[in-house]
Design a protein around this ligand. Structure first.
Ligand code: FE2
Length: 266
């Protein structure tokens, strides 16, 4: 019951005759007259009319693993891609949790981990971009930049094809979060990004989160056309872009998170 958040879990019980049965319990904290109360809802899972029960943790693990495999397959041409993707996913998870707490957004566990899992797909559309342009070491011509920007649309196209094929409610909410991230992770807070030139709150928050994390990781990584920046330099850049490229509240969360993590390691 960390942070007075609702908790839910599954119990595996054994009858006297040795047979197993499952039950779920959800406990919701409630504050009234400055006292905390806990309301528990108990449900025997065998009474469900049909289907089978799979614990949320296992569902989360399957979803996250499949999305990771999909992301790696789409970007297999880039040898360092797995570590970049995992770093983006882990940092997205840390930022989304921190921001949820700091801004008291009240997002549930499912939503937090959904955004983290979906973040790994942000660049799957790069699989449709010619290598000569994608890995070009020098500056890009205008037409090459336009082609690279197409990776947002190509990514959504790939995602829709795959999810239409899977067509399972296990992935429905992942589809929405992933779509927002893939399509909008290059939008800017001031409206000068791409592909839709959305500004401010019109940019889905999942995409605003991944945008900061993706840029931070790109800056602190070595690329064929640039040296690796130090974390301090990258952090200074993120702060400088507060309110222009990035959501100001998210930048504040990112900076606080970084400072807290650094203090924790000291
Ligand atoms: Fe991208």
């Amino acid at each position: 019951m960390k942070g007075k958040r609702p908790w839910s879990g599954v119990f595996i019980n054994r009858r006297k005759d040795g047979q197993l049965w499952h039950s779920s319990i959800t406990i919701t904290p409630l504050c009234a007259d400055e006292s905390w109360y806990y309301i528990g809802v108990f449900r025997e899972l065998e009474q469900l009319p049909s289907g089978f029960y799979m614990p949320q943790e296992r569902i989360g693990h399957i979803q996250s693993s499949l999305l990771k495999v999909l992301a790696i397959s789409c970007e297999i041409r880039d040898p360092g891609i797995e570590s970049h993707l995992v770093r983006v996913r882990d940092l997205t998870e840390a930022l989304v949790r921190y921001h949820n707490e700091r801004m008291q957004l009240g997002w549930n566990e499912e939503r937090l981990s959904r955004i983290a899992s979906a973040s790994i797909l942000h660049d799957i559309g790069k699989s449709g971009i010619p290598e000569g342009i994608l890995y070009k070491p020098g500056p890009l011509a205008d037409y090459e930049r336009t082609i690279i920007e197409m990776h947002t649309y190509i990514g959504v196209d790939i995602l829709e094809k795959i999810f239409n094929e899977i067509n399972d409610e296990l992935f429905t909410s992942e589809l929405t979060a992933s779509k927002h991230i893939i399509l909008h992770h290059h939008e800017r807070w001031d409206g000068n990004g791409y592909p839709h030139k959305l500004a401010g709150d019109a940019i889905p928050i999942e995409a605003r989160i991944v945008s900061i994390v993706d840029v931070f990781d790109a800056l602190t990584s070595k690329r064929p056309y640039k040296e690796k920046w130090s974390e301090q330099q990258a952090l200074a850049y993120i702060e400088e872009q507060r309110g222009t490229q990035f959501d100001p509240d998210l930048v504040d969360s990112f900076i606080h998170l970084y400072e807290e993590q650094k203090e924790g390691l000291a």
